[in-house]
Design a protein around this ligand. Structure first.
Ligand code: ASP
Ligand code: MG
Length: 423
């Protein structure tokens, strides 16, 4: 059973093994039904029996949140965001209660907590709220009493006392916020894949599981299309120094550790290749080449909170006019084109294109190695793949290409940077 630290002293070795404070998070597929919940609860019970102090975060059963979102949309297409949250937060309430009951049946004292019961305080941005503060005392009290707290993920409490949700996939962020508030040694994210891969194995069959990846790399991988973790949760883990582990709840394998750079022993130039099909391309031809034009284009998009990712401005021929190409999320494409047509902006044509994919190579080793971009461009050129837009950061190079070449490009780059598994 749980051995709480005496008098709030730092955790220490218990009978020769290190007693740790852990947060265990189970995603939707890991709590998909009663049997899966029992399996997950078994993992919790094992950690508790090993003497660790455990807090649990659960998602809704897989498919439930999608269904709730659909019900809201069916009742009210232009729905009130606060009521959307009231409905979609309910999936996690069910699993937190069922998980607590299952643990109790196994002889592990457990109690569920909803976001408002701790509370997890957020801002008032319904549907995509940000966590401001986690009140961790109820969790510490539960642990001190030898029990496991099971927290409903994805939800919080707004400043005016309403239920909020943290954006799709937000239970990851709940788990990281809890781990930070508790000063946990580690936050384990149990999911249906056994770790983070060098690329999506459905795209690149020779992809390998990554043993350790740096926060910054994971942040780029997540925001460039690798869907294992909510991007926001990785950013928070990096900021707060929460060591994350991604692993499967269906098998016993070590998973992937996401850690600070100082913990990365074997640094590679490129750690992973990411493919994203979430962006669309917009080209404005014949815009005036004078100061203020870029501001006139991107100002209205920024005001509408449309995220512009990649941008190129072509060289003007004759010096009067130019073309500007950029990407926005596919889900915002209609809004973006409407805003540009309404803006006081002269151009010849506005050409939207959904038929693009973004392929990125990511690695902290890029900082200290030259020629990484050149290898990418040469690899794509050798396959006859045309690059439409390029963007870079210190540890990432992204190219926008025609959608039909995305798989070919990812496989070729995976090989070119020496990431293929043997055999
Ligand atoms: N249930 C929520 C979703 O499906 C939150 C989560 O699973 O992380 O987005
Ligand atoms: Mg998830």
């Amino acid at each position: 059973m749980l051995r709480p630290p005496a008098g709030g002293k730092p955790l220490q070795a218990v009978e020769g093994c290190f007693m740790a404070r852990l947060v265990l998070k189970f995603g939707g597929t890991s709590v998909a039904d009663r049997e899966h919940i029992r399996n997950a609860a078994g993992r919790v019970a094992r950690e508790a029996a090993a003497g660790h102090e455990v807090a649990v975060v659960v998602s809704a059963m897989s498919g439930v949140t999608n269904d709730l979102v659909g019900q809201v949309a069916a009742v009210s297409p232009l729905h009130d965001a606060a009521e959307y949250d009231a409905v979609v937060a309910s999936g996690e309430q069910v699993t937190s209660g069922l998980m607590a009951l299952t643990l109790q049946e196994m002889g592990v004292p457990a109690r569920s907590f909803l976001g408002w019961q701790l509370p997890i305080r957020t801002d008032g941005a319904h549907g995509r709220a940000r966590i401001r503060h986690v009140e961790a005392d109820p969790l510490r009290a539960a642990a001190a009493a030898g029990g496991v707290a099971v927290v409903a993920g994805f939800q919080g409490l707004s400043p005016d006392g309403r239920v909020t949700t943290l954006g799709r996939g937000g239970s990851d962020t709940t788990a990281v916020a809890l781990a930070a508030a508790l000063g946990a040694e580690r936050c384990d994210i149990y999911t249906d894949v056994d770790g983070v891969y060098t690329c999506d194995p459905r795209i690149v069959p020779k992809a390998r599981k990554i043993g350790r990846i740096a926060f910054e790399e994971m942040l780029e991988m997540a925001s460039q299309g690798a869907k294992v973790l909510q991007t926001r949760s990785v950013a928070m883990a990096m900021r707060r120094g929460v060591r994350l582990r991604v692993l499967s709840s269906f098998q016993d394998a070590p998973g992937t550790m996401i850690v600070g750079e100082d913990e990365i022993v074997e640094e590679q130039v490129v750690t992973g290749v990411a493919v994203s099909r979430e962006d669309a391309k917009v080209t404005l031809t014949g815009v005036e080449d004078r100061p203020g034009v870029a501001a006139a284009i991107f100002g209205p998009l920024a005001d509408a909170e449309i995220n512009v990712d990649m941008i190129v401005q072509n060289v003007a021929d004759g010096g009067q006019h130019t073309d500007i190409t950029f990407t926005v999320p596919k889900s915002d494409l209609e809004r973006a084109t409407a805003l540009l047509r309404e803006a006081s902006l002269a151009f010849d044509a506005l050409v939207p294109d959904r038929n693009v994919a973004k392929v990125s190579v990511v690695g902290i080793g890029m900082r200290s190695h030259a020629g990484v971009a050149q290898r990418m461009f040469a690899t794509l050129a050798a396959r006859g793949i045309n690059i439409e837009v390029i963007s870079t950061s210190e540890i990432k190079i992204s190219v926008l290409i025609a959608d039909e070449y995305a798989e070919l490009a990812a496989r070729a780059l995976h090989t070119a940077y020496g990431l293929d598994c043997d055999g």
